[in-house]
Design a binder for this molecule. Structure first.
Ligand code: ACO
Length: 443
């Protein structure tokens, strides 16, 4: 609780010590002492500041939530200035080197690394839920031949809520757990079906002998062979990409999942909101935009001219810049290494040369240096996806598969957080007021 005092005075009953903020409302001369907790003040504490008795009270204005914490979370820590990313306290570099995506998903969702029996059960549960209802397959077949796979993923994950209507019992922890398993298990299946649909190829059923990334490669690329054998180097590179993309605290899509989930809708519908948010070119669609940009530049000698255009404000250098990371994106550093491993199997992509030149010039250029613009995770991930033979439209889908574990971990945290309610921001109304309806003849 905050304490109101009169002009210039701070009440001794308010927040103690120096963990408080003293605010004087110059409209009234009243001074308020607001507690500071965890480096934040509560926006609701400003509501008591009124210009008159019938005033609604002061609000905070923060379009795009650039300086507003919307929740307490113990899932992912980011220090953007220092380039630190940790899941449940474990540095991303260690997880990318030593763990697997499925283990990381367990960590994000349960809060701790699993013991061997816990991991075995987790892997088993996910593996036996990889199949989707046959009607999901027919449903997906109804999409146009050139449907964007991200739109197909959005539609099919949303449709899962109709196959599991019990999923709306979100207060039951056992129920939440089974929907969690289903979402993690079925996401690669739906993603691969969307890909095969666009290629005009028959959908491939999951192979439960394979691990998570290996099975995904099987569902993407199996043709006439009786048993698909994934290249272990490609499967590992894919697993690393999955680990790097698993969570990123309160980004646009996660906020969408939390916001939609706050209405207590089922998790399939909430995760669908996340997929929709991730579809946009400023978020998960950026890797697609990077590839298109590299293709358009065409050759290394055109890079300088392109950079000049970016500096003149003609367009953005896609895959550069981040709302949070202002020194480097730790995921970009790890991905750059994975690029080499993949190219060892697939052969070098000529676009890599353009990407390296762009990075070199931009990192030395005053425009990018002064704005703290560095390569983000999407700058290199697109090159790996292309080397895997994926069309650019599949790139955001490749992001959505692993981000599902983060979305679900954040959703689980949100539905169990007693401080959370239905998300409902305020507005500053800028329109007309109380006008008389004008008949058609008088307009
Ligand atoms: N190329 C050129 N200039 C840029 C770029 C860029 N990629 N990004 C930012 N800037 C410039 C802006 O024009 C602005 O310049 P100004 O101060 O002269 O007006 C300045 O840098 C600050 O940029 P903001 O837009 O305020 O930064 P913000 O934090 O809002 O945006 C964002 C972050 C959206 C990621 C932005 O950098 C961008 O659009 N990058 C390209 C798209 C991209 O790669 N997105 C992927 C992000 S990672 C992810 O979602 C997984």
């Amino acid at each position: 609780m905050s304490t109101e005092t009169t002009s210039g005075q701070v009440s001794g009953n308010g927040a103690s010590g120096n963990q408080s903020l003293t605010v004087t409302d110059n409209r009234t001369g009243k001074t308020f002492e607001l507690p500071i907790t965890d480096g934040t003040v509560k926006a609701m504490d400003f509501r008591q500041m009124k210009a008159a008795d019938d005033d609604f009270g002061l609000m905070t204005y923060d379009p795009a939530f650039t300086n507003t914490a919307s929740c307490r979370s113990a899932v992912t820590f980011i220090d953007g200035d220092a380039g630190i990313l940790e899941y449940r306290g474990y540095p991303i570099e260690q997880l990318a080197e030593k763990s697997t995506y499925v283990e990381v998903a367990y960590l994000l969702i349960h809060g701790e690394l699993p013991t061997q029996p816990q991991l075995d059960k987790w892997v088993h549960d996910i593996t036996v839920h990889t199949f989707v209802h046959e009607n999901v397959k027919s449903f997906m077949q109804g999409f146009r031949h050139d449907a964007h796979p991200m739109g197909m993923l959005c539609g099919s994950v949303g449709a899962l809520s109709t196959f599991y209507p019990d999923a709306n019992d979100i207060k039951d922890p056992i129920n939440r757990n089974i929907q969690t398993i289903r979402l993690l298990a079925k996401m690669p299946t739906l993603a691969a079906f969307a890909y095969r649909h666009g290629m005009g190829q028959p959908y491939v059923y999951p192979d439960n002998d394979l691990d998570y990334p290996g099975n995904f490669l099987n569902m993407m690329y199996k043709m006439t062979e009786l048993k698909y054998q994934p290249d272990p180097r490609l499967a590992r590179a894919l697993d690393i990409l999955f680990i790097l993309h698993a969570d990123h605290e309160q980004n646009c899509s996660t906020s969408a999942v939390r916001s939609v989930g706050s209405s207590q809708v089922d998790p399939y519908s909430a995760v669908t909101a996340g997929i929709a948010a991730l579809y946009g070119p400023l978020h998960g669609g950026a890797n697609e935009a990077v590839l298109r940009m590299l293709q358009r530049i065409g050759s290394k000698d055109k890079v300088r001219e392109f950079i000049d255009g970016v500096k003149a404000g003609n367009e953005k250098l896609m895959g550069f810049g981040h709302r949070v990371y202002k020194n480097f994106d730790p995921r970009a550093t790890i991905i750059k290494k994975a690029v080499d491993d993949v190219f060892e199997v697939t052969g070098v992509n000529p676009l890599l040369e353009i990407a390296l030149e762009l990075e070199k010039i931009a990192l030395e250029d005053e425009y990018f240096v002064s704005r703290k613009l560095y390569p983000n995770v999407d700058f290199y991930s697109g090159l790996i996806y292309e080397a895997l033979g994926l069309p650019t439209s599949m790139f955001p889908v490749m992001f959505a598969i692993p981000r599902t574990s983060g979305w679900v971990a954040q959703w689980l945290e949100m539905v169990q957080d007693p401080e959370q309610k239905i998300a409902r921001p305020r507005q500053i109304y800028t329109g007309d007021r109380t006008r008389d309806y004008v008949g058609m003849g008088s307009r």
